[in-house]
Design a protein around this ligand. Structure first.
Ligand code: NAP
Length: 459
């Protein structure tokens, strides 16, 4: 096992890392120090001669050459901003993010010889860079530790405790395991979880899950577990099928679950149980991704990105969204972000009106579809989902040149898409949304950018 300490300058990576390495009887490597040794120059001189891009190139090379096992590594503060570094650092490792408040960091780095990256005075620069880098830090780490009030030996001790017991207390873990005993987990997952008493050696350090009711049919566990194996992340992804979102989120806290995919019927109701929600998810009113770091649960939404990606070449088009539920809200947000003029058509017109008002677009009755002459149509209702064989639109509604995106992904060719294909429309199946949203979700939880072709092949 390799242990990586990451985080901003002044969070104590080097001092805590050296103590930790001493206690584990392992060598400690500091990537900034290796860069200086290889260049035979101090970092300010490297910046003067090669600029930040030159330094980052050297940092990439150093990270690529780190030993794969049996070492404690402290990284430079900007290393995990590059997803390629994150992929390399995470392989076969436990990654700890060391954190501290702005004032503590500013106090700790007084007199540092490190070059300014923003041209601002040091105290101001800390705040600016911390805010900018925080999302990347949170994505790249398995565990977060606040070093503000702990001496370095205490930080090393906390890392050892987490490695031995996991991020939560014994009591919490017991409560979480008891709850899991009530869930219909796959038997192989249950066995893996029960043997997860410690984090040392080859044991699983982490758990991710999909939360829904129902969700045991989901394709997400197969996809995520293949990705974990591919990138050398010792995690298990399972399914938490349970009717009460409050109890599910308590278990997520008790067990220190790192990443949670949220599905029907919890995308809206999960929000009050979280500690924070990002601005896109807040605007859509739905969360499909929860990431936990240091006991804090943050919600975001990747559904809209999954709808946006296949439609990027239709920016500015006239669009219709069928439906006014959670998927429709994500669709409207995605289409509006591409500058489309959107009309919402829904079986219950009042719901279409509410969504239209909230998102600054129009609502109209389903019967007006043909008058609207849309260039892009998104079906965000379950109509056409197996075993249903119906379509909300008829053959006469569809014209050559239209783009028809059906968010339903079972079956891949829905009755609506079959009609649209026959009419000469460009068709986009719901699997496209699944592929793009899953890729974004994996990025939120791990900091790794999986090439689209890999997710496509696995799906
Ligand atoms: P939801 O919140 O329950 O909303 C369903 C919407 O569909 C409502 O507006 C509802 O209209 C309408 N509807 C339901 N049955 C209908 C019918 N028989 N005729 C006309 N309208 C009907 O569900 P959701 O979370 O938005 O999900 C909708 C669909 O999106 C799902 O079934 C799923 O297939 C798809 N989806 C796909 C992905 C993916 O990755 N591809 C991800 C998420 C969702 P009322 O307001 O009148 O009830």
């Amino acid at each position: 096992m390799r242990i990586i300490l990451t985080g901003f300058r002044g969070t104590g990576k080097t001092t805590a890392g050296e103590i930790l390495a001493g206690r584990l009887g392992l060598p400690f490597l500091d990537t900034d120090r290796i860069i200086e040794e290889r260049a035979e120059k101090k970092i300010p001189a490297i910046f003067r001669e090669r600029g930040e891009p030159g330094f980052r190139e050297m940092e990439r090379e150093v990270i690529a050459s780190l030993p794969p096992d049996g070492v404690v590594v402290g990284t430079g503060g900007g290393a995990v901003l590059d997803p390629v570094n994150v992929e390399r650092l995470r392989r076969g490792s436990l990654v700890f993010l060391l954190q501290a408040g702005e004032e503590t960091i500013a106090r700790r780095i007084v007199g540092s010889d490190r070059p300014s990256l923003t041209g601002k005075p040091p105290a101001e620069e800390v705040g600016v860079l911390l805010r900018e880098r925080q999302p990347a830090y949170l994505r790249a780490a398995d565990f977060c530790i606040d070093t503000g009030k702990r001496p370095s030996a205490g930080v090393a001790g906390e890392i050892l405790r987490i490695m031995g017991e996991g991020p939560t207390s014994t009591l919490s873990r017991q409560a979480g395991m008891q709850f899991l005993g009530r869930l219909p987990l796959p038997e192989t997952d249950r066995a893996a979880l029960e043997s997860r008493s410690g984090w040392k050696g080859k044991r699983l350090p982490g758990l991710c899950a999909i939360a829904g009711y129902p969700c045991s049919h989901s394709k997400s566990p197969a996809l995520w577990n293949s990705l974990f194996a591919r990138y050398g992340l010792p995690y298990l992804y399972t399914s938490f099928e349970w009717p009460d979102i409050g109890e599910l989120i308590q278990a997520v806290r008790d067990l220190g679950v790192r990443g949670l995919s949220v599905t029907i019927p919890f995308k809206e109701t999960v929000i009050p149980h979280l500690d924070g929600v990002d601005p896109d998810a807040r605007a859509i009113g739905a969360v499909n991704t929860v990431v936990q770091c240091g006991g804090v649960l943050r919600g975001s939404n990747t559904d809209w990105l999954g709808i946006r990606a296949p439609l990027e070449d239709r920016a500015g088009a006239r669009a219709v969204v069928l439906g006014a539920g959670g998927a429709a809200a994500a669709a409207v947000y995605a289409l509006r972000s591409l500058g489309m003029e959107v009309t919402i058509l829904n079986r219950t017109p009042e719901k279409a009106g509410v969504l239209a008002e909230r998102s600054g677009c129009r609502a109209a009755p389903l019967s007006t579809f043909r008058d609207l002459r849309p260039e892009v149509v998104v079906n965000a209702t379950p109509v056409g989902m197996h075993p249903d064989r119906s379509s909300l639109l008829a053959a006469e509604d569809l014209e050559e040149g239209m783009t028809v995106f059906d968010l339903v992904y079972t079956p891949p060719e829905t009755p609506l898409l079959a009609l649209a294909r026959r009419a000469g429309c460009r068709v986009i199946p719901g699997t496209e949304m699944f592929i793009h949203q899953a890729r974004e979700q994996f990025f939120h939880v791990t900091g790794i950018r999986v090439p689209e072709a890999i997710v496509r092949e696995l799906v």
